[in-house]
Design a protein around this ligand. Structure first.
Ligand code: ADP
Ligand code: MG
Length: 643
């Protein structure tokens, strides 16, 4: 087979002989058929879009005065006949004469197939559907294809072309009353699925939903609006009528001018795109570019579900209203693949492989343009109605953080719309926030320390302590928070981030004043082993600090640096081996707390140990680290004490 293929490829030009396509390989159809198997279903898209093209061309000819008279309503129709095992794609477009069929179908369409086989040789990774195989794809599902056509040209007679999936064909003159083309597919045994109504409907709604000419598939019943009923009269049975079942919306929202659309129109278009979605989008962005490339579309910010991986609604890519794919990686920046909506561009080279696509200059420009548009829209929303924007913040912050971390230009623009929320649910832009805290939260090294928590409930006591000192605490609770803190520390001068549990309150924002310690070095040395005796020293490092008497006797902290490394490793990114690092904490003993003095002075070693254990457990409990048997023991011990 491979040999056959290569020899066929070497035949550069397909010469036309009377009724015979002169190719060396005996029968190219089965070969192509097999290669295309996985993407077979695109045949319908190709044939319907050819039919749409034929209508559009006629429209153009008519408007130029080339086609005379009234051209009537243009329509494409798909007709399945299970008995005859045929599927017909009918249009009343410009039609073809016999010579044109030979020229365009037998010659050009077949050379498209040749191009495909050549491309296939370098293993264009599975995007066969984009090869523009066009008419030829009919042979993927049919043993025999008939083209029955009559040109719009004055005095043209009808023609019928029949090809049985070999290199032979038959062309005859034949009466046809109406203008346009019927492509009749005699569906092969293996493909009889394509005669099923539900299958055809499924394909039409996948590929043809927004084609620019009405596409009819059968009929449907419609109930007429009930007429007004006079009082005392009985309401008549609602009247039903049979109407054409038009499967497409020929002028979808993205083809219209933004000025002609209301918010409700965008929402209803969203429902049209994703009929299985019940959530409303948060807001939309209408793309409309004609220079230096052509691109239209509507993107939506959806309400994100918590599980980002299970994303069923994807951005759909169209080429002149023909659905191409919903695999937009490489065209849309990664962080925007979380958006929903439609992009339509005749300038995206679809008939090439994905790796080529990603390096294509046009595609790169498109990608950065989309990013810019999205950033502009966010800025506009944040500026115009900040309160509305704040309400949506929790739903969109992941996009924005993701974008800010992955795209420098976006990050720059984000300064005007990236919000920071504190534990009091107040929102700030970064500049506003730094202004607010710069006096109170500057440490002795002249750095502004931004305090944050990922869980205000869990950090309740530490937050209360910070607030007592007049500090503000931000909520940073996404999987990207650590990455974000790192990035902002790089971008902003003299700013550091410290999670509220990363140190004792005095050290979080270290000021110059020092509190004298009530314990001497010797006393600390004496107490240290006692405390170490009641905790797991592999996890907790015991250290003494001279804190205020009002601070807790023992506190648990976790180094900002270590924790961030571990977290960043977890979500991917820098951090080296840290992800496998065991969790480790500092157990900080407040040398000025009266309880600490009491433990030190206790003579009975059993009582001393009990006191130390109780104090350490309380510290663990307050940060949610006391669990299992340790917790049970603590509860029992506490009861004993208060009994
Ligand atoms: P493409 O659409 O990319 O030109 P196709 O293989 O799909 O390639 O079609 C080849 C040509 O056959 C078209 O360019 C057009 O001239 C002609 N053709 C196909 N289908 C029709 C049709 N339904 N009506 C008129 N012309 C058609
Ligand atoms: Mg085509």
């Amino acid at each position: 087979m491979a040999l056959q293929l290569i020899s066929w490829c070497q035949t550069k030009y397909l010469k036309m002989a009377q009724g015979n396509i002169n190719v060396q390989a005996e029968n190219i159809f089965p070969i192509i058929k097999q290669f295309l198997y996985s993407d077979q279903e695109i045949f319908l898209r190709e044939l319907v879009s050819n039919a749409v093209d034929a209508c559009k061309k006629l429209q153009a000819l008519s408007s130029m005065g080339e086609a005379k008279g009234d051209i009537g309503e243009l329509q494409v129709e798909v007709i399945a006949d299970k008995k005859a095992k045929t599927l017909t794609i009918r249009d009343n477009g410009l039609g073809m004469t016999g010579e044109e069929i030979e020229k365009y179908i037998a010659q050009i369409a077949f050379s498209g197939a040749e191009e495909f086989v050549q491309k296939y040789e370098d293993k264009a990774d599975g995007i066969i559907g984009h090869f523009g195989l066009g008419f030829f794809s009919a042979f993927m599902v049919a043993d025999k294809v008939e083209v029955y056509s009559k040109s719009y040209q004055k005095g043209a007679s009808g023609a019928r072309w029949i090809c049985e999936g070999s290199t032979d064909y038959e062309l005859t003159e034949e009466e046809k009353e109406t203008r346009g083309t019927d492509i009749v597919l005699h569906i092969s045994k293996d493909s009889k699925d394509y005669l099923e109504e539900h299958k055809i409907s499924e394909l039409l709604s996948k590929y043809c939903k927004f084609l620019p000419v009405d596409v009819k598939f059968g009929t449907k019943e419609e109930t007429l609006p009930a007429p007004e009923v006079k009082e005392g009269e009985e309401a008549p049975e609602p009247e039903k009528i049979t109407v054409d079942n038009i499967i497409n919306n020929s002028s979808p929202a993205w083809t219209k001018a933004p000025a002609d659309l209301k918010d409700e129109d965008y929402k209803s278009f969203y429902r049209e795109l994703y009929p299985m979605s019940f959530e409303e989008p948060l807001f939309h962005i209408h793309l409309n570019v004609d220079y230096p490339f052509n691109l239209t579309g509507v993107l939506y910010f959806p309400k994100l579900s918590h599980n980002m991986e299970v994303q069923k609604n994807k951005i759909q890519l169209y080429c002149n209203q023909v659905f191409v794919t919903d695999q937009v990686e490489g065209i849309v920046p990664d962080f925007l693949t979380l958006l929903h909506g439609v992009i339509d561009s005749p300038d995206i080279p679809l008939n090439v492989s994905r790796s080529y696509l990603q390096s294509d200059q046009n595609v790169k420009k498109i990608s950065s343009h989309i990013t810019k548009k999205v950033a502009d829209k966010l800025k506009q929303l944040a500026t115009k109605d900040r309160e509305e924007f704040q309400k949506k913040w929790d739903d969109i912050k992941v996009f924005i953080e993701f974008g800010l971390l992955s795209d420098e230009k976006f990050a720059e623009k984000a300064k005007k719309f990236m919000l920071y929320k504190n534990v009091k649910e107040e929102f700030f832009l970064i500049d506003e926030y730094l202004e607010k805290i710069k006096v109170t939260q500057e440490n002795k090294d002249k750095k502004t320390v931004i305090l944050y928590t990922h869980d205000a409930e869990a950090h309740h006591s530490a937050i209360a302590k910070a607030e007592e000192r007049g500090y503000d605490v931000l909520v940073m609770d996404t999987a990207l928070s650590s990455h974000l803190a790192n990035k902002l520390e790089q971008d902003l001068t003299d700013v550091t981030f410290a999670r509220i549990d990363s140190d004792t309150i005095d050290k979080l924002i270290a000021k110059d004043e020092e509190i004298p310690s009530k314990l001497s070095k010797e006393e600390e040395e004496k107490l240290k082993p006692v405390i170490e005796g009641v905790v797991n020293t592999q996890t907790y490092t015991v250290q003494f600090e001279s804190l205020s008497e009002q601070d807790a006797p023992i506190q648990i902290t976790q180094s900002e640096f270590m924790r961030r490394m571990v977290e960043m490793q977890r979500v991917g990114g820098q951090g080296g081996m840290m992800g496998n690092f065991p969790e480790s904490y500092n157990l900080v003993v407040n040398s000025n707390h009266p309880l600490v003095g009491k433990i030190l002075k206790e003579d009975d070693s059993e009582t001393q140990q009990k006191l130390a254990k109780q104090a350490a457990d309380l510290a663990l409990l307050s940060v949610g680290l006391l669990k299992g048997k340790e917790l049970t023991d603590f509860v029992n011990r506490s009861i004993e004490i208060i009994e």
